[in-house]
Every structure is written in C-alpha cells, then in structure tokens.
Design a protein around this ligand. Structure first.
Ligand SMILES: [Zn+2]
Ligand SMILES: [Zn+2]
Length: 429
C-alpha cells in the first residue's frame, strides 16, 4: 500500500506564514519514509494475524487495530469493511461489551463516510446497550460521534446536546483527549452558526489542553486544534493568523500521512486565498482538496469545495460556471441531508438568477431557500429573528436550545420559551 501525496503539493509548498517561513521545511524525508514503512509493516502483520486467528476474541482485537489504522490513514471504506467484519464477530460471541464497541466502530466509519443517518442509529444502539462494562468508557465517544452526525444533518440543537453529554463524560472520566476532540467539534458548530467568538474560543481551549496534557498524545490533536483555530481566524478575517495556524496543521498532517486533515487544510488554504480575492491561488487548492476528498469519501468536504469554487467563479462574474458548481454542491448536500449547505446553494443561486432577471428560476430558488430556513429552525425563540445569518453572540440553555446572547440577558428568569423547561442557568457550551 502506498500513501499518495496531493498532486498540487509543489504549489502548496510555496505557502508562506506571516514570518515568511515556508512550511514543510522541517519535514525530514527519512523520518516520513520510516513512518510510512512502519504503518505498512504493521498492517501487513495484522492482516497475517487475522488470517491465522480462529479465536473470536483475538479476531475482534485485531480487527480493532485494523479499524484504527485505516481511520488514521483516511481509508474510510476499508475501515467500514473491517467494522462490518468486527460486528459479525461480536454477534457470534453474543457478548454485550464486544457488541457495544463494534457498534461504535460502525458508527464512526459511517460518520467519516458522511452517512449521518446510519451514524445516529448505530450510536443510539450503543447508548441502549447500557450496563456493559465498556459502556462507561465508550459513551463519551458515542456522544461525540452522534453530535458530529447531527451537525452533518444540520440539526444544531441535537448536535449541541450530544456535545454537552460528551463533555460531561470527558469531565467525569478526566479524559482530556475526548475533551479536546469535543472542543474542536464545538468550534465547527459555532462556525456554522456564525458565533465566531465561540468558534475561536473552543479550538483555543483544545490547543490549551494539548499544551497542558498532550506530551504523550499523538500530534494529530495539535494539528486538529490548529486547523479549527485557523477556520475561526479566517471567518474573523484575521487572515495572517489563519494562514499560520493552517500551515502548522498542514505540516503535521503531511508528516503523519494524515490525508483527511491534509484535504481540510487545502480547502481552508483555498478559502483564505478566496477571501483575499486571489482566485489564481484558490482554484488549484480547491482541486487538490477535492481530489483527496473524493478518494477518501468525504462528501461533506466535497460539497464545501464546490461552494468555494462557485464563490470564486462569482468573483470572476462567470455565472454559468458558478451555477454548475452550485448544482454539484447541491446534489452532494441533498444526498447527505446537509440542509445548511443546501440553504447556501439556494441563497447563492437566487442571487445569480436575480441579477440575470430569470424570474421563474429565481422563484424556484426562493421557495427552496425558505423551505430550508424553516426546516433548519434557525431562529431565536425570544425575539423570533434569525440565528446564524451573521456574526452574533449566541448562548444555549441547559436544554441546548440556542438564543441570542442579548435576548437571554433581557429575558430574566422566565424559562426556555421553546421547551418551557424552567432552568435559566446558561448552558455549559
Ligand atoms: Zn433573539
Ligand atoms: Zn429549551
């Protein structure tokens, strides 16, 4: 097995931080080779062991190693294949501990392949298997995966609720790694809801955890927190900071052969260049990101690439090309059930048809846009105005309903207007 590099690596290597230091210079080729060989060798050994093992418990463990290894490399389709083998083995043994772990791995494989409905249902299966000895250790991870899946479906309140639960498990078990991952996911959630202060706060918190506790952790955690910080900095239009964090993240992702993160960094580099209206630099990076995302099966990432590409074409006033890209994004978004992406597509298409005076098509997009707005329930239960259409401070209640920060401050102690729960203590996240 060979891990391929993005085909535009040379052009991306020229990326410069504010300091003028080209990233990737500290990457030793020898070290990289050693790392890749080790992974290859380990996989080879595990596959051999798997062939020889007849004991189901042993087989289950080896499959677990193969699942983790393929997750690390972004080989999600293989990961799913091994997860399916693993759940068959667990069913054979009829052991609830093995079944719980097997379902978690199935959930995570489906989450990575953007099959969010399946992820939610496997997570629910896990949570229903309470009382197993592993459930206490695994429940936090299950809640995180479930939150990510709900976020993939743009069901924000349920995503927030799941993340809060995951954080509670992390605190109760003193699990800093889980806390770090949840903080990154919360950053992602608040980027989507456009509370950029919180979108930056949570990944910064994750980076702090890495600094304080992460000596023995995989560098992956550092790379992940830097990537999420970078996205928040970009949204805040602090582009040099965004660039620096993204370069740091990309450097680690390259050292570790972490293809999924490389793809996300490339997408973010492209978006940064688009913010600077430098479409010449943006396009090849979108293309590289798309290449990797297609290969690993990150459909949500692909949908975001097409959105970015469309916005670049709009900058160049190439409306037909923009519409073509938007259409591709919409097909992917509809396939996954990601309503926020669909909403953005309709919003951009609407603008194009309006400028072209295409009344009928315009009307069609407006209807679809309003439908998305309604389904997303993105409004504040206090003032009735929208949430997530511009940068605004938000605050959730313990029930995970989300409001404008200013509205909650003026509401006093009347309880949540959406679900009528009485507690008005601000929620943890
Ligand atoms: Zn409000
Ligand atoms: Zn509520």
């Amino acid at each position: 097995m060979r891990i391929q590099f993005p085909f535009h690596l040379s052009s991306v290597g020229a990326e410069r931080a504010g300091s003028g230091r080209p990233f990737g210079t500290s990457l030793s080729k020898d070290r990289l080779q050693v790392f890749l060989c080790m992974t290859d060798k380990a996989l080879h050994v595990w596959t051999k062991v798997l062939e020889k093992t007849s004991d189901p418990g042993g087989k289950f463990r080896v499959l677990g190693c193969l699942i983790t290894a393929h997750l690390e490399m972004g080989k999600y389709k293989d990961m799913l294949k091994y997860a399916l083998d693993q759940i068959d083995t667990a069913r054979e043994m009829e052991d609830p501990d093995y079944l719980t772990e097997g379902y978690l791995n199935l959930a995570r494989s489906n989450e990575k392949l953007c099959d969010f409905q399946k992820t939610v249902s496997y997570c629910k299966t896990c949570l229903n298997m309470q009382g197993t000895t592993v459930s206490l250790q695994l429940n936090g991870q299950v809640c995180l995966s479930m939150g990510n899946a709900y976020l993939g479906l743009s069901v924000f309140q349920k995503a927030l609720e799941s993340y809060e639960k995951a954080l509670r498990y992390a605190h109760n078990n003193d699990d800093k790694m889980l806390e770090c991952r949840v903080c990154c996911s919360l950053g992602n959630l608040y980027v989507q809801l456009k509370d950029y202060e919180k979108a930056l706060f949570f990944p910064c918190k994750a980076a702090e955890l890495v600094n304080d506790y992460g000596k023995g952790w995989s560098l992956k955690y550092r790379a992940m927190s830097q990537y999420h910080m970078s996205v928040a900095y970009r949204k805040l239009e602090r582009l040099p900071d965004a660039m620096e964090c993204c370069e740091e993240s990309m450097k680690i992702a390259l050292q570790h052969g972490d293809r999924p993160l490389q793809a996300l960094c490339l997408l973010n580099f492209a978006d940064i260049h688009r913010y600077r209206k430098d479409t010449d630099k943006a396009f090849p990076r979108y293309e590289s990101a798309l290449g990797i995302m297609t290969e690993i099966g990150n459909r949500l990432g692909q949908a975001h690439v097409y959105l970015g590409v469309a916005k670049c074409w709009l900058l160049q006033k190439e409306f037909d090309k923009a519409l073509d890209s938007l259409q591709r994004s919409q097909i992917l978004a509809d396939g996954m059930g990601n309503k926020l992406c669909a909403l953005k597509v309709h919003c951009l298409s609407e603008g194009i048809y309006r400028s072209q005076g295409q009344e009928e098509k315009l009307r069609e997009q407006v209807v679809k846009f309003l439908q998305c707005v309604e389904e997303l329930e993105l409004y504040c239960g206090m003032c009735g105005e929208s949430i997530g259409d511009r940068d605004q401070k938000l605050q959730s209640l313990p029930c995970s309903h989300i409001f404008h920060f200013r509205c909650l401050q003026t509401n006093g102690t009347k309880g949540c207007p959406k679900c009528f729960k009485s507690s008005m203590k601000p929620g943890f996240v």
